[in-house]
Design a protein around this ligand. Structure first.
Ligand code: SAH
Length: 487
């Protein structure tokens, strides 16, 4: 029973610390701010209670005393509480007040530092806070109006220090701040970089000077960097291939992250809109269980999806259960799921479709025949079982899972419809999209992982703009970059 005051970092989920991920993973309660990124909240167990104490600028907010009382109450009741705060909890974040309240109530607490926006946001804009020869100090200062009206900050002294000045919460007061820094002796031509929504796909950098800062179009939340270093331009994030582009990922939540992660690393804004759900087989898995128990009696087990691999391997107590049975995987994603359980695929076809697998598959031994086990989705094409039977194999098709159309919330559908592109990684995701969302919500660019998925889309009168040459997630991302990318 501890209350963790955790820094969530500036926005990019990759900038969370390992310790923060650890404590989130076993949180019973997460108390978070408005700016918290949804995917970070997903790191907490599904059953954890999530309480937003969001502060909206000039809007309603939970008073700090109430937040303190909440933390004391939940921590005191013996719950594992994560208080998730943007950036670092002890940098302009009132984490000190929360810790003091916990301390005086005798509730155990731990501070998990985070990457502060004061450091990370300039980094993502390509502005080094220090540069040899340019500055020897960095001042991090709040621009909140209290710091101006109460005369609590000696801005002229900050100016005289002459190094890099990093202003948080200074958007509304930027004109006054600029004036006072100039009054303190900084040249009107001093470079300024104002970075809004830093480290996020919405990042936007405005470069100006101290004299230009007041009238410059800067909106909150932003980090404002003043000083010679702000004249350096090592921009990289805003130059990533998919920066400024938005892409819908239609895979079910458990599989979405592999694709979403790749797209996000290229700067894309990703909207995860699961249109299909994976469910247990119709018979509750009885047929799959008996097939798994008898797996050594087969000559081959053929896997056509990572889903089938996971569900099948889950039923094996011992990897040796395969005995003499050989293993085929339709593509590298499926093979990777097998490899995770240390099962090396004996066969992966050249192109990752059923037809190519058939071409590569050996004929059944003429004398005794042979048996193939094909655990797969309830609804699938018959190319593979028919083709294998034509080559003399006896084929047992066993239902490993079912896909069902999901029912995504309307707000999510609306934000997906406004995206630049949608990705389909299976035929069922195409039909799922049409059923769950409808063709009116299709973004302008449609990208398919391979010919089978693309054919399904075309059968439904969807124009396919992107078809991956290599039918893998990487192939899909490459093809998308070629069409949407800025290079
Ligand atoms: N504890 C936080 C700061 C909270 S004060 C930290 O260490 O980062 C809130 C201010 O932080 C905002 O007004 C803005 O100036 C800055 N900020 C936080 N996240 C930001 C982001 N992603 N992009 C730009 N500014 C950000």
């Amino acid at each position: 029973m501890t209350v963790y005051l955790v820094g969530a970092g500036p926005g990019d989920p990759g900038l969370l610390t390992v310790r923060a991920a650890e404590v989130l993973a076993r949180a019973e309660v997460v108390v978070h701010d408005r700016l918290s990124v949804a995917s970070l909240l997903d790191l907490a167990p599904p059953g954890a209670e999530r309480i937003s104490v969001g502060k909206t600028p000039r809007g309603p907010s939970t008073p700090q005393v109430d937040i303190n009382a909440l933390l004391v109450a939940r921590g005191g009741a013996g719950q594992e509480v994560v208080r998730l705060k943007g950036g670092d909890p002890f940098v302009f974040a009132r984490g000190g007040e929360e810790a003091a309240a916990l301390q005086s109530a005798g509730v155990a607490f731990e501070i998990v530092p985070g990457i502060t926006s004061a450091v990370a946001v300039p980094a993502y804009a390509g502005v080094p806070l220090t540069a040899r020869g340019l500055n020897t100090t960095v001042t991090v200062v709040t621009g909140h109006e209290d710091s101006l009206s109460g005369g609590r900050t000696d801005w002229e002294a900050v100016a005289r220090l002459g190094g890099t000045i990093v202003v948080l919460m200074g958007v509304a007061t930027r004109a006054v701040i600029a004036e006072r820094l100039m009054a303190g002796g900084l040249a009107p031509t001093t470079p300024v970089a104002a970075v809004r929504w830093g480290t996020r796909p919405e990042q936007h950098t405005v470069r100006t000077t101290l004299a230009g800062l007041g009238p410059a179009p800067v909106a909150s939340p932003a980090v404002i960097v003043v000083g010679a270093v702000a004249g350096l331009d090592l921009a990289w994030y805003e130059r990533l291939a998919l920066f400024g582009r938005s892409v819908v990922v239609t895979r079910p939540p458990a599989q979405a992250s592999a694709l979403s992660g790749r797209l996000a690393r290229l700067g894309a804004r990703v909207v995860e809109l699961p249109v299909i759900e994976i469910h247990d087989p119709t018979d509750g898995g009885a047929a799959l269980a008996s097939a798994a128990a008898a797996v050594a009696a087969y000559d081959w087990v053929v896997f056509t999806s990572a889903n089938a691999v996971e569900r099948f391997l889950h039923l094996l107590r011992d990897a040796r259960a395969f005995g003499p049975a050989r293993v085929a995987a339709i593509g590298p994603g499926t093979a990777a799921a097998l490899a995770e359980a240390r099962v090396v695929s004996d066969l992966v076809p050249e192109r990752f479709v059923a037809e190519s697998l058939l071409d590569a598959f050996p004929p059944a031994p003429p004398a005794r025949g042979g048996r193939v086990l094909l655990p797969r989705a309830a609804v699938a094409r018959d190319v593979l079982p028919d083709g294998l039977r034509a080559r003399g194999w006896e084929v047992d098709v066993v239902e490993a899972y079912r896909t069902r159309t999901a029912c995504p919330p309307p707000a999510l559908v609306a934000s997906a419809a406004g995206c630049d592109a949608v990705t389909f990684t299976s035929s069922s995701s195409v039909t799922g999209f049409l059923e769950a969302v409808g063709r009116e919500a299709l973004p302008p660019v449609v990208a398919c992982i391979g010919p089978v998925t693309a054919a399904t889309a075309r059968r439904h009168r969807i124009t396919v703009d992107v078809e991956a040459d290599v039918h893998t997630l990487d192939g899909l991302v490459d093809a998308l970059v070629a069409v949407l990318g800025r290079r």
